[in-house]
Design a protein around this ligand. Structure first.
Ligand SMILES: O=C(O)c1cc(=O)[nH]c(=O)n1[C@@H]1O[C@H](COP(=O)(O)O)[C@@H](O)[C@H]1O
Length: 259
């Protein structure tokens, strides 16, 4: 099922350990997941080659996966990084379950589906990971995209607030036995309180003080997100579009360590 290849352990960081899986599963204390949304493979790898796998995990989303495919994920694994495969599956239960199993075969650390695909879809996805045992990736569900605000939901006929709708989807995700959700950091404190500390919260829409929100709407700074209890913060453009992306990542890490 999983291809077996031996990856060298980076010697410089004793906090990192490989699991039995063929891909890296590092226990890094870093809560940062950098969204590698580049349209050029070489540009993405030039950035990756300047950072350390103990500083962050990497997210491969629709753009890079569509351009460069599973081989790009394997390249990141070979460089020692854990990968969050962010393809936000949303389909009939059978198709979603098979896609999630394909992600597990690739050896990724985390994979996601849309919670709005419903309970049967999420349960099928969860079930598809059972044969992978301890090597299964974390399975999380997207609640309400961080780019959405109340008026966007109203257009869809949803009249509750983004926070209320996200909570409803998060509760459903939890009942289906998934590992956590993607939500806004603005919802994190409430979800930790009502769903529990073990339920992982992955939060995009992270913007360091003074950086451009762009298309994001429900945003928070890295420091505030950490204080709100998020487990993993997804950060893209504030790092990748910075004049010096590796330096931007280090600065955000330093701001978090100052807490
Ligand atoms: O699932 C995601 O990662 C995701 C969910 C969500 O609600 N909002 C969101 O922005 N994302 C992703 O997180 C990343 C955020 O990137 P930046 O806005 O550039 O920091 C993008 O790759 C999005 O696809």
């Amino acid at each position: 099922m999983l291809a077996v290849c031996l990856l060298p352990l980076p010697e410089q960081d004793p906090t990192m350990t490989l699991s039995a899986s063929s891909s890296p599963r590092y226990t890094t204390n870093s809560p940062i997941v950098v969204a590698l949304d580049y349209d050029k493979r070489d540009e993405a790898l030039a950035f990756v080659d300047r950072i350390d796998a103990s500083d962050c995990r990497l997210k491969v989303g629709k753009e890079m996966f569509t351009r460069f495919g599973p081989d790009f994920v394997r390249e990141l694994h070979q460089r020692g990084f854990d990968v969050f495969l962010d393809l936000k599956f949303h389909d009939i239960p059978n198709t979603t379950a098979r896609a999630v199993a394909a992600a597990a075969d690739l050896g990724v650390w985390m994979v996601n589906v849309h919670a709005s695909g419903g309970a049967r879809m999420m349960s099928a996805a969860k079930e598809a990971l059972v044969p992978f045992g301890a090597d299964a990736p974390l399975l999380i569900a997207v609640t309400v995209l961080t780019s959405m605000e109340a008026s966007d939901l109203a257009d869809l006929g949803i009249t509750v607030s983004p926070a209320q709708y996200a909570e409803r989807l998060a509760q459903l995700t939890n009942r289906c036995g998934l590992d956590g959700v993607v939500c806004s950091a603005q919802e994190a404190a409430r979800f930790k309180q009502v769903i529990g500390k073990e339920f992982r919260l992955v939060t995009p829409g992270i913007r360091p003080e003074g950086s451009d929100a762009g298309d994001q709407r429900r945003i928070m700074t890295p420091v505030a997100a950490q204080a709100a209890g998020v487990d993993y913060m997804v950060i893209g453009r504030p790092v990748t579009r910075a004049a010096d992306p590796a330096h931007a990542l280090k600065s955000i890490l330093a701001s978090l360590q100052g807490l």
